[in-house]
Design a protein around this ligand. Structure first.
Ligand code: PNS
Length: 163
């Protein structure tokens, strides 16, 4: 048996437009399970973006500033190539609903055909946070509504400063 200490790295990928307190909960729980967590901000060609990739990175970093083993990266390529480059053997996705599960299952199958060595794990979303979504945040933003409870307070302050 190989007893060499092994650093385990997990990638939490998504379009994160923007990264919400629901995403944060999944990432923080993931950070307790793995040595290092890389949040991968990737392009989903089926989704029209509101924030630029750099803005999304800034929002993610503000939301996760208190997590020493979490870093944030942007990537324009395939998730499996990104995960491999990060040294990750695991992709973690949060799942809120059965619709999420069906979608993620398709992604996991696709990613597995590209690289069968990288496993996808699902974390069930916290029951109290299942209503939070980036879509809800974008809708509220467009109406100028309060985002308390959906985004990190530092992000809400950053958005106000930006106006
Ligand atoms: O749930 P999201 O936010 O749309 O996730 C985005 C992403 C890229 C993680 C997801 O769509 C996925 O797993 N895609 C697999 C294919 C891939 O690597 N796409 C990126 C370049 S086209």
């Amino acid at each position: 048996m190989n007893t060499e200490p092994k650093v385990t790295v997990a990638v939490v990928p998504g379009s994160f437009d923007p990264l919400t307190l629901g995403h944060r909960d999944v990432i923080v729980r993931c950070a307790a399970l793995f040595d290092r967590v890389v949040v991968g901000i990737l392009i989903n060609p089926d989704k029209r973006g509101l924030f630029t990739m750099e803005e999304r990175k800034q929002i993610a970093q503000l939301t996760l500033a208190d997590q020493p083993n979490v870093s944030v990266e942007i990537d324009g390529g395939y998730l499996t190539d990104f995960a491999e480059r990060m040294g990750a053997a695991v992709i973690v996705k949060g799942v809120r609903t059965t619709a999420d599960f069906e979608y993620e299952q398709k992604m996991a199958h696709f990613n597995r055909t590209r690289n069968p060595k990288i496993e996808t794990l699902y974390l069930p979303a916290d029951e109290k946070l299942t209503e939070i979504s980036s879509t809800a945040v974008r809708e509220k933003l467009s109406r100028g509504e309060d985002l308390t409870g959906l985004l990190h307070p530092a992000v809400i302050a950053w958005l106000k400063d930006r106006k």
